[in-house]
Ligand binder design. Structure first.
Ligand code: NAP
Ligand code: HSE
Length: 428
């Protein structure tokens, strides 16, 4: 039986799951792969810290940064996080001819292309399945099973924390701030959850997926990002009334040689498969020219689901050692990322207005003069001379939409534009 030694950097949520999985399923993995995987060293910050799921006493923990880490290993697993330090260790490993597995989306979204070029140069593999949607093998699907297709669009619920918050707001009528507290209490959100709720985590994930699916570099700063902090419970309730559900979606679509890549809250029809992915679950819905529509669903974070993807990559790397296969950057195209203001979307707009004759006419006239065509309009409630108007538009250029909003905001009969949310509906 072939023997492979592994070095691991990090033994937190993901690292301890990897160790637990390799321990629990080692015999089955050896029989399936004819390969014995041994953890040679685990680099941590604090050697005395108690770990989840595992007994750290029997593990080869080290704090020495380098002299031992790279000794006699064929695979390095980076589950430490951060960008610069992780990049340093990964580059070092690749240059030594060590295959690398990482869960680091922050690093891969920023330096994935460069690191893959390095992997090619040193003829080793660099795998990063766990960096997007934890336990869901979406990267492998794009890279392997769907590689004969031209993918035209990806829509994904890529962040479990925000999906949990939106679900709680809808199902239990809980306001955003309390739902966030609950997510933190359950360990879903980080103690500083800004990257989750502001959409940054999902942006890194859609940048990685889009780059793989469309074979082009997707600079993270070109991804338009809006989080869920402005989503009001009232919008969630109106969405339901109108036959939609609000989800934070990462979206990437190719059209006319341009790529549209963005993360923002979206109204999706209740009949869309993604509308029924709730709680902390993730889902990715793709369309390709031969496979048609396809969706994967599962846990996008957490110790064990993420460890599942890491170990899948470790096994693939152990095969790469035998087969002498290696990774390379597949960005052979150079698609331009369209500025969001040049893209077209349907919109939901909620505003409070004076409830008197002629108001609706002046609103529709301003929208019309900006080429914004109304798909539906509903007056939701009227109270003390004020009414709440909900408008859904046909597809409109984003710049025209926001220009019309600027003019509408200056109308004395409009008290407040309460919210503007994109609508993803192919029927309109
Ligand atoms: P974590 O719980 O904070 O664990 C980080 C580990 O790295 C800790 O064990 C820490 O050591 C170690 N570490 C940090 N800085 C170090 C340094 N300079 N030298 C040596 N060790 C160092 O993080 P995590 O949640 O497991 O996430 C790890 C990676 O997986 C990140 O890139 C994250 O984005 C990605 N990821 C996480 C999840 C998830 O569900 N958590 C899902 C998908 C991807 P000590 O324990 O000694 O402090
Ligand atoms: N914070 C992320 C989420 C998990 O809530 O989905 C790590 O990717």
């Amino acid at each position: 039986m072939k023997k492979i030694n592994i070095g691991i950097i990090g033994l937190g949520t993901v690292g301890s799951g990897v160790v637990a999985l390799l321990h629990q399923n080692s015999e089955m993995i050896s029989r399936r792969t004819n390969c014995e995987l041994t953890i040679k060293s685990i680099l941590v910050n604090d050697i005395t810290r108690k770990r989840e799921h595992i007994n750290e006493k029997y593990l080869p923990l080290i704090t020495d940064k380098e002299s031992v880490l790279f000794d006699d290993i064929q695979i390095l697993v980076e589950v430490m996080g951060t960008i610069d330090k992780a990049r340093y260790y990964i580059e070092k490993a690749l240059k030594k001819g060590i295959h690398v597995v990482t869960a680091n989306k922050d690093l891969m979204a920023k330096y994935g292309g460069e690191l893959l070029n390095l992997a090619e140069k040193y003829k080793v593999s660099l795998s990063f399945e766990a960096s997007v949607c934890g336990g869901i093998p979406i990267i492998d699907m794009i890279k392997t099973s769907f590689q004969g297709n031209r993918i035209s669009s990806i829509l994904g619920i890529l962040n479990g924390t925000t999906n949990y918050i939106l679900t709680l707001m809808e199902e239990k009528n809980v306001p955003f701030k309390s739902a966030l507290k609950q997510a933190q209490k359950l360990g879903y959100a980080e103690s500083n959850p800004a990257n989750d709720i502001e959409g940054v985590d999902a942006a890194r994930k859609i940048a990685i997926l889009a780059s793989m699916a469309f074979n082009t570099k997707v600079p993270i700063e070109k991804v338009h990002v809006e989080g869920i902090t402005k989503v009001d419970i009232q919008d969630i309730l109106y969405a339901k009334d109108l036959g939609y559900r609000i989800k934070l979606l990462g979206m990437a679509k190719e059209k006319d040689g341009f790529l549209k890549v963005q993360v923002n809250p979206v109204f999706i029809p209740l009949s869309h498969p993604l509308a029924n992915i709730n709680d902390v679950y993730n889902g990715v819905y793709l369309e390709g020219d031969f496979f048609g529509p396809s969706m994967v669903y599962g846990l996008g974070a957490g110790s064990f689901p993420t460890a599942s993807s890491i170990v899948g990559d470790i096994i693939a790397a152990s095969k790469a050692i035998d087969n002498k296969t290696y990774s390379w950057c597949t960005c052979f195209r150079d698609l331009k990322i369209r500025d969001v203001m040049e893209t077209h979307s349907n919109f939901y707009i909620r505003m409070t207005v004076n409830d008197k004759p002629g108001v609706l006419a002046s609103i529709s006239s301003i929208l019309g003069s900006h080429d914004v065509s109304i798909y539906s309009v509903v007056q939701k409630k009227s109270h003390e001379g004020h009414a709440e108007l909900v408008i859904i538009t046909h597809k409109v250029q984003e710049a025209s939409m926001y220009d019309s909003i600027t003019v509408l905001s200056s109308l004395s009969v409009i008290n407040k534009i309460e919210s503007i949310i994109r609508v993803e509906d192919e029927e309109q």
